[in-house]
Design a protein around this ligand. Structure first.
Ligand SMILES: [Zn+2]
Length: 88
């Protein structure tokens, strides 16, 4: 029965080795995505005004999607910059 042979799950082993990184929005229910709160959104935006990828912030896919929409909305409302000054 070669088809039913169990293979070791490498993905599961890797995730156990890595440090557990949880989504801030999943951890704290009061910490919800709000496009009107630019201070909160600024944590997920780099100095140049770019959205920080979820692999760095640890945000889950669901909340990262909501966050991207909120940041774009905040940019439209002129709460966040599209591009910050590159001159230092
Ligand atoms: Zn989440």
């Amino acid at each position: 029965m070669a088809f039913h042979r169990q293979r070791p799950n490498q993905r599961q082993q890797n995730s156990q080795l890595r440090k557990k990184r949880t989504c801030r929005f999943c951890d704290n229910k009061e910490f919800y995505v709000d496009y009107k709160n630019e201070k909160k959104l600024q944590r997920f935006v780099s100095e140049q005004g770019r959205i920080i990828p979820k692999r760095i912030t640890g945000t889950c896919a669901k909340h990262q999607r909501m966050l991207v929409i909120a940041i774009k909305r905040a940019r439209h409302m002129a709460l966040l910059p599209f591009v910050a000054d590159a001159v230092k």
